[in-house]
Design a protein around this ligand. Structure first.
Ligand code: NAP
Length: 312
């Protein structure tokens, strides 16, 4: 047991999943939770993935050895500022936010001496949110990226990184350490831009005039259906991701638009070879992801095997 008392600040998909896995694998003596709404606090206690709950983030963090911030990215810096005076010397503060440089910039100035900020990002999630959506296996065989803060080379800081690494490994994850800026660039192309594309294509379909919305839903082929799953992700979380990872997202989006123009040209000029070559390369990337155990090859990717009954 690396940390005796764990504080979970935010009890949605990621916070509740952490609560479940900590209990299931007995990774701490007690888990205390904070959520802003009464409904979430009550539900978290009822489900039982935390032992205590409070409406005060500072009280939640006060006696904890590990504090995990599991709220949307845009509010993490403010919460760190709020809880900082209550933090116990020697404690480790981490987060699960999908963006890292902005969180380091917004949180590091508030950290008291003797408390260690080690930001993190579990590359694990679903399009669901809230305290009912969590489950203990969420982090199983998924990567968790830790982004130690710049210039924190002391032995004590390295011990904090090692303790947090051991914690995530005990949760079932594989851990990588990365520079925060590099993390943001990698995630911009692997996660943030794909979400933006999904939001955009579903928005475009919803705005079409010559194809009725009812037809888009009724005849949704698998491609569109997969996009709608991604585009159903939490609006607050994703708004905050784009506002806090502007540079990397805009850089990757620039590349994306150039490549899209090249595809447009290939279609216009009947360049079947260019299309075939690209589609062959991308198929190989899909195979590599399956081979690396990061997805399954089943054709039923995230879908019901029997289609829901049509309403009469
Ligand atoms: P979620 O299910 O929507 O839960 C968010 C939690 O934060 C809720 O407990 C919510 O409280 C609380 N919260 C929201 N706004 C708040 C505010 N202004 N002040 C205080 N508390 C607030 O979100 P999630 O999916 O767990 O995501 C949490 C973090 O994990 C985000 O930073 C996200 O970037 C990161 N992440 C998400 C995924 C994913 O796939 N979802 C994957 C990896 C990392 P109430 O319930 O009381 O409203």
């Amino acid at each position: 047991m690396n940390f005796e008392r764990v504080a979970l600040i935010g009890l949605g998909l990621i916070g509740s999943s952490l609560g479940h896995v900590i209990h299931q694998k007995k990774l701490a003596k007690s888990v205390v939770g904070y959520a802003r709404s009464k409904a979430t606090r009550a539900r978290a206690l009822e489900i039982g993935f935390i032992d205590e709950v409070t409406a005060d983030a500072s009280a939640c963090a006060k006696e904890a050895d590990l504090i995990v911030l599991c709220t949307p990215v845009g509010i993490i810096g403010d919460i760190v500022k709020e809880i900082a005076p209550s933090l116990k010397p020697g404690s480790v503060v981490t987060d699960v936010g999908s963006v890292k440089s902005a969180i380091v910039e917004q949180s590091l100035p508030h950290m008291p001496d003797g408390v260690f900020l080690v930001p993190g990002h579990p590359i694990a999630g679903t399009e669901q949110s809230g305290p009912d959506s969590g489950f203990a296996e969420l982090f199983e065989n998924r990567w968790c990226i830790l982004t130690p803060v710049p210039d924190a080379q002391s032995e004590e800081y390295q011990t904090a990184v090692s303790r947090l690494t051991a914690f995530w490994e005990a949760c079932g994850s594989r851990v990588d350490v990365m520079d925060p800026k590099h993390h943001d660039l990698v995630l911009a192309i692997t996660s943030h831009v794909p979400h933006l594309i999904a939001y955009n294509i579903v928005g475009t379909a919803a705005d079409l005039e010559r194809v009725a919305q009812a037809e888009v839903i009724k005849y949704s082929a698998s491609g569109f259906r997969d996009f709608t799953r991604i585009a159903a992700s939490d609006p607050t979380m994703w708004r905050d991701v784009f506002l806090n990872n502007k540079d990397a997202v805009l850089e990757m989006l620039g590349r994306f638009v150039e490549d899209l123009s090249a595809l447009q040209r290939a279609i216009r000029w009947d360049d079947g070879e260019a299309l075939f070559d690209l589609f062959t390369r991308t198929r190989q990337i899909r195979r590599s992801i399956v081979e690396a155990g990061q997805d399954t090859a089943e054709p039923d990717f995230g879908r019901h095997s029997t289609p829901p009954k049509e309403k009469s």
